[in-house]
Design a protein around this ligand. Structure first.
Ligand code: PHE
Length: 336
C-alpha cells in the first residue's frame, strides 16, 4: 500500500500545482510532467510489475482513475485559458455597443422652462431669491396678520423664530419692489416648502411668481395676461375661469381654474367630478403691501400671480400622484 500512498501524494501535488499555473505553456509543461511518457503517473504504472500480484488490479484501477481525473481537469483549465487568450478580454467590434444611460431634464424642469419661456416672451424678467427667508418677507410685508393660519407651525418650516423656509415665492415681490421703482415686471421661479405630504402635496415643490406694477394696471390686464398664458400652455381651446378668493397681499384676489384636461370638463376622479382644476392664485397687489415698499398706491397699481409647477406638470401629462415626480424612477421619468 506504499504505492497507494504515493498515488495520493502525486494527486495532491498535481492539483495544487494546477492551481498556480498562469499560462498555456505552463499547462503544457504540467501535462508532460504528469501524463507524458516519462511522467509521474505513467512511471508509477510502469512499476506495476513490482507489486504483489493480488494488489495489481486494485492499484491499476486507482492509477487509471487518477490519470482520467487529472486529464479531465487539465482539459478544462486549458479551455478556460484559451478562451481568455483568444479574445475573452478583447472587444468584439461586431457586437452592438452598450449605450450609456442618457440624462433628461426632469419633467418639472421642462415645465418650469416652458412657463418661463412664455412669460419672458410677454416681457417679464426672471429674478431669483433665497429659499431660507426672513419672516418679514415671507409674511409680514405681504400683509399677513400675526395670527394668520398660514404662519401656523403645521405649514411652515421654521429655521428660527424670524427665519423660515419660504412657503411661497411671493416674498420676491417685496424683495424686488424694495429695490426698484415702477414699472416692474418680473417672474420668480423657485422652490418653496410646506410641511405637508400626500398624493397632491410634497414638503418641497416649485412655484413661479409673477408681478407687474405700473401706472394704470387693471384687473383686465391680469385676466388678459393669464388667459393668454393658459392658452399658450394648454392650448387655445381650453376654458378657464376666475374664481373669487382671498390672499392677504392681493385685493381683489382670484384663483384661476382651467377646464379639467383629463375629462375636458365632464367630471372625473382627478377633478373631483367638478370639471375644473385650480392652477394658480392671483390678484391686484393690495395697497397695504405698497406701504412696505414705499410705492404710492394713488399713482401705481399692479397684479401678482403664483402658479404651482408640479400642479401644472400633473395636469399637462395626466399624472395623478405628485409623489411620482420625486421618486426618481427611471421608468416613469423616461416618458417625458
Ligand atoms: N403665494 C400664493 C400661494 O402660494 C399665490 C399667490 C401669488 C396669490 C401671487 C396671489 C398672488 O398660495
Amino acid at each position: 500500500m506504499i504505492m497507494k500512498k504515493k498515488l495520493l501524494e502525486i494527486r495532491d501535488r498535481a492539483l495544487s500545482e494546477l492551481d498556480s499555473l498562469k499560462n498555456l505553456d505552463a499547462l503544457e509543461k504540467f501535462r508532460i510532467d504528469y501524463l507524458g511518457k516519462k511522467g509521474h503517473i505513467t512511471s508509477l504504472m510502469k512499476n506495476l510489475g513490482n507489486i504483489a500480484r493480488e494488489e495489481r488490479p486494485v492499484f491499476g484501477k486507482l492509477a487509471n482513475d487518477l490519470k482520467d481525473e487529472i486529464t479531465g481537469i487539465l482539459e478544462k483549465v486549458i479551455a478556460e485559458f484559451k478562451g481568455k487568450e483568444e479574445g475573452g478580454d478583447k472587444i468584439d467590434i461586431t457586437l452592438p455597443g452598450k449605450r450609456p444611460l442618457r440624462g433628461y431634464l426632469h419633467p418639472v424642469n421642462q415645465v418650469n422652462s416652458e412657463i418661463c419661456r412664455i412669460l419672458v416672451r410677454m416681457g417679464y424678467t426672471i429674478v431669483k431669491g433665497p429659499n431660507v427667508e426672513l419672516d418679514y418677507y415671507n409674511f409680514e410685508a405681504l400683509n399677513f396678520p400675526k395670527d394668520h393660519p398660514a404662519r401656523d407651525m403645521q405649514d411652515t418650516f421654521y429655521v428660527s423664530q424670524n427665519v423660515v423656509l419660504r412657503t411661497h415665492t411671493s416674498p420676491m415681490q417685496i424683495r424686488v419692489m424694495e429695490k426698484q421703482r415702477p414699472p416692474v415686471s418680473i417672474i420668480a421661479p423657485g422652490k418653496v416648502y410646506r410641511s405637508d405630504s400626500d398624493v397632491s402635496h410634497t414638503p418641497m415643490f416649485h412655484q413661479v411668481e409673477g408681478l407687474l406694477v405700473d401706472k394704470g394696471v387693471t384687473f383686465g390686464d391680469l385676466k388678459g395676461t393669464l388667459t393668454s398664458f393658459v392658452h399658450q400652455m394648454f392650448g387655445s381651446d381650453i376654458k378657464l375661469r376666475f374664481r373669487p378668493s382671498f390672499f392677504p397681499f392681493t385685493e381683489p384676489s382670484a384663483e384661476v381654474d382651467i377646464q379639467c384636461v383629463i375629462c375636458r370638463g365632464k367630471g372625473c376622479r382627478t377633478c373631483s367630478f367638478s370639471g375644473w382644476q385650480e392652477i394658480l392664485g392671483s390678484g391686484m397687489v393690495d395697497p397695504a403691501v405698497y406701504g412696505f415698499v414705499d410705492y404710492d398706491p394713488e399713482i401705481y397699481s399692479g397684479f401678482a400671480f403664483g402658479l404651482g409647477i408640479e400642479r401644472i406638470t400633473m395636469l399637462k401629462y395626466g399624472i395623478d400622484d405628485i409623489q411620482l415626480l420625486f421618486r426618481n424612477d427611471m421608468r416613469f421619468l423616461k416618458q417625458f
